[in-house]
Each structure stands twice: as structure tokens, then as C-alpha cells.
Design a protein. Structure first.
Length: 179
């Protein structure tokens, strides 16, 4: 049995979980999330807990058991607390700015990059070099941060580019010159 899959998901106060056919919807103070669950996994609510069980013992069922438990736990945490990631823009002349419904990035290219902010995601820019991305859907939040980082990933010689706050960039030694 999956160690993660057999653990129940606790539902905090103010969060409501509904299960219809193979669709789980979680509503809370920050919003609502809906996810389709595979028919191999059975979801049940028991008081203030949600449990997941497998209907068969196939390899696919065993792999999906822990996955859906983690996804459901992330949905509950997202609608109750929300998720947050921070990015740092590093480089001379590199800066970020929030303009209307888009994020404008000046990253050393000839033109600035305009990134439209998706629905359910909030982007804040502090001091032109720190981008804070918040949202209720952990998958979408991670995807948005990965897209922003992909415009100029950190390079190993000077560390210029966009990186996560807790990311460590492995630095390389540059040329030593001719004697």
C-alpha cells in the first residue's frame, strides 16, 4: 500500500469538499478548485477527513494512489492558505515591472518581454528585482514561475538572469587570459 496514499487528508474549518462521480471540487475562503479523478481511485469523505482507496491492485492504480492524495492535499491547502513563490532578477539593467494585466521584463534583449498574467494568479514586483507570484493552484503557480524563469535562466559565469530565491546557481570560473 502506498505510504502517502493511505494517509487521510484533513479538511480545515471553512473548506468544503464535494465528490460527484469522479470529480472532486474543493471550495474555501481563497477560491474553488476542481479536479477529475481516475476511476481506479475511490474518494470518500468521513467527517473532516478525505480518504482515497484503490479499486484494483494494478501497477497503474498503485502509482496513481499517492499522486491523487498529494493533488487533493494541495487543493485543500491552496483554497485555505494559498501558495507563494519568489523570483529574483539579477543583472545590470535587468528589471521587472507590473503594467496593468501583464508583467514587463527588461532582460537585456532589444525589446522588453510582456508576459500576460493568467487568471487566479497574482504577481507583485518589489524594488524592480523581486517578483512574488501567489495563487491557489500549485501546478499553475509552478508553471507560471517556470515560464517567467525561462525568459532568461541564470547563467553560470556572472549569475545574471531570473532565478528562484532559494535556488543556488553553480558558478564557473571564466577565462584566465593569455600569458
Amino acid at each position: 500500500m502506498s505510504r502517502i496514499g493511505k494517509m487521510p487528508v484533513d479538511i480545515p474549518q471553512g473548506v468544503k469538499v464535494e465528490i460527484k462521480d469522479h470529480t472532486v471540487s474543493v471550495a474555501g475562503p481563497k477560491g474553488e478548485l476542481v479536479r477529475e479523478v481516475d476511476s481506479i481511485i475511490q474518494v470518500k469523505t468521513e467527517g473532516d477527513r478525505v480518504t482515497l482507496t484503490r479499486t484494483e491492485e494494478s501497477r497503474r492504480a498503485r502509482s496513481l494512489h499517492g499522486l491523487y492524495r498529494s493533488l487533493l492535499d494541495n487543493m485543500v491547502k491552496g483554497v485555505s492558505e494559498g501558495f507563494k513563490k519568489s523570483l529574483v532578477v539579477n543583472g545590470v539593467g535587468y528589471r521587472a515591472e507590473r503594467r496593468g494585466e501583464s508583467l514587463v521584463l527588461n532582460l537585456g534583449f532589444s525589446n522588453p518581454i510582456e508576459y500576460p498574467v493568467p487568471e487566479n494568479i497574482d504577481i507583485q514586483v518589489e524594488a524592480n528585482t523581486r517578483i512574488t507570484v501567489t495563487g491557489i493552484d500549485r501546478e499553475q503557480l509552478g508553471q507560471v514561475c517556470a515560464e517567467i524563469r525561462s525568459f532568461r535562466p541564470p547563467e553560470p559565469y556572472k549569475g545574471k538572469g531570473i532565478r528562484y530565491v532559494d535556488e543556488r546557481v553553480r558558478r564557473k570560473v571564466g577565462k584566465t587570459g593569455v600569458k
